[in-house]
Design a protein around this ligand. Structure first.
Ligand SMILES: N[C@@H](CCC(=O)N[C@@H](CSS)C(=O)NCC(=O)O)C(=O)O
Length: 265
């Protein structure tokens, strides 16, 4: 049924909708000018993310892998982008980061990792710091527990969170090496990730089951580990008995130097 805009009931409804509609419009406008790609490295099942402002062409890569750095650099060039940051969520133990090589392939790009990781990079960031690319920012949230230096990068409109190994789809990062602590991880995820909006998309650093994306609400309600009490979670994590990652002995020393063993960063 058609109702005139002057109808008081319609006017009240439009007033009530005004804020959410405006907010939705802003998110949609933002989405339309942002490029997003999820890239994959099959050996370590690592996801790399490319985000760019389509207007200014400034771009960020999150968690690039050494063996795929040429692919990533080629994609950046093909799309006419300018890579400003090659950022790690943490010092990985299962593969060598591509950030060191990307700095050579795409001069002008800065490597990034958290100060708490103890690793070298051009920019060492902390909780609350932001990486800007054009009109967008990625806020760094400290989410330790898998390692001391784990960060989750949250897009400024809180529609996307890049959780590294802190939160995986229906899982989480192991806590049995590299300063791992199940108690710390539990609190990180509950306080820094599960407090994001329910429809915020979760993009992890890995998936071993072929899944690509989740949401805060899904993980808050369905994650088999993190829906448990902290005590049960700790017991569970202390009894995973997973084999060590195949590349651990080369990956950690290399990643402490940004993926390059004979140079500072
Ligand atoms: N088989 C892989 C390593 C698998 C693994 O240990 N993944 C880590 C993240 S990379 S350090 C993890 O936290 N897994 C959690 C889980 O529950 O599987 C290899 O050899 O590279």
């Amino acid at each position: 049924m058609w109702l005139p805009r002057s109808c008081p009931a319609v006017a009240a409804t439009l007033r009530a909708l005004a804020v959410p509609l405006r907010a939705h419009g802003t998110r949609q406008a933002q989405r339309q000018r942002m490029l997003f790609r999820q890239l994959f490295e099959p050996e370590s099942c690592t996801y790399t993310y490319l985000l760019a402002d389509l207007k200014t062409k400034e771009a960020v890569l999150i968690d690039p892998v050494l063996e795929m750095a040429k692919r990533d650099a080629e994609l950046v060039r093909e799309l006419g982008l300018h890579l400003v940051y090659a950022a790690n969520t943490h010092c990985h133990a299962d593969h060598i980061t591509g950030t060191g090589l990307l700095k050579k392939l795409l001069p002008g790009c800065c490597s990034v990792i958290s100060k708490d990781s103890g690793a070298l990079a051009d920019i060492l960031i902390c909780e609350g710091d932001a990486l800007e690319f054009g009109a967008f920012t990625l806020e760094a949230r400290s989410t330790p527990g898998h390692t001391d230096g784990c960060l989750t990068y949250v897009l400024n409109d809180r529609t996307m969170a890049f959780t590294g190994d802190a939160l995986l789809i229906r899982g989480c990062g192991r806590t049995d090496f590299q300063q791992g602590s199940p108690e710390t991880l539990y609190h990180s995820v509950h306080e820094k990730i599960f407090t994001l909006p329910g429809d915020c998309l979760i993009y992890p650093a890995h998936d071993y089951m072929g899944q690509m994306v989740s949401t805060v609400e899904e993980e808050r309600t369905l994650n088999p580990r993190l829906t448990q009490s902290c005590e049960t979670f700790v017991q569970l994590m202390n009894n995973l008995n997973l084999p060590y990652p195949k590349q651990i002995d080369v990956a950690i020393p290399a990643n402490l130097k940004c993926g390059i063993q004979d140079a500072a960063s």
